[in-house]
Ligand binder design. Structure first.
Ligand code: AMP
Length: 114
């Protein structure tokens, strides 16, 4: 989609520190990490966010979560634990309008979030 930052990263037109990619998903480091390890996983296909995952597209989240687990293993986070976050909409704190999964770890993470 034009004017989408993460579509531009997926297309290779904007640089990112990619840690893994396949035909459907790309994992790259967050530019402003909130934990020692902070990876974003995105589908190559554009979805604005979680609210798009209805009907035939509801299964897209399965692959996204599986790609996130792979990223967590690759980052060495599995033994200590980690957190998945998907912010949705303004109240959810979403700032980039392309579905993405945050994979955070490398330190104890507080709960509840703000
Ligand atoms: P959210 O607030 O859930 O929409 O998360 C968007 C995330 O994208 C934030 O954590 C940003 O730091 C991150 N971000 C924004 N621009 C870039 C970029 N060019 N490369 C990597 N991460 C980015």
């Amino acid at each position: 989609m034009s004017n989408c930052l993460f579509c531009e990263i997926a297309a290779g037109r904007i640089k990112a520190e990619i840690v893994h990619e396949d035909d459907a998903f790309i994992a790259f480091r967050d530019i402003s990490p909130k934990a020692p390890s902070h990876v974003l996983v995105i589908p190559r296909r554009h979805f604005d966010g979680l609210n798009d995952l209805v009907g035939p597209d509801s299964g897209a989240v399965d692959g996204l979560l599986a790609a996130g687990v792979m990223a967590a293993h690759a980052e060495g986070l599995a033994p200590g634990g980690y957190r998945f976050v998907i912010n949705c909409g303004d109240d959810g704190g979403q700032s980039v309008g392309h579905l993405h999964l945050h994979v955070l770890g490398g330190r104890p993470l507080a709960w509840p979030p703000g």
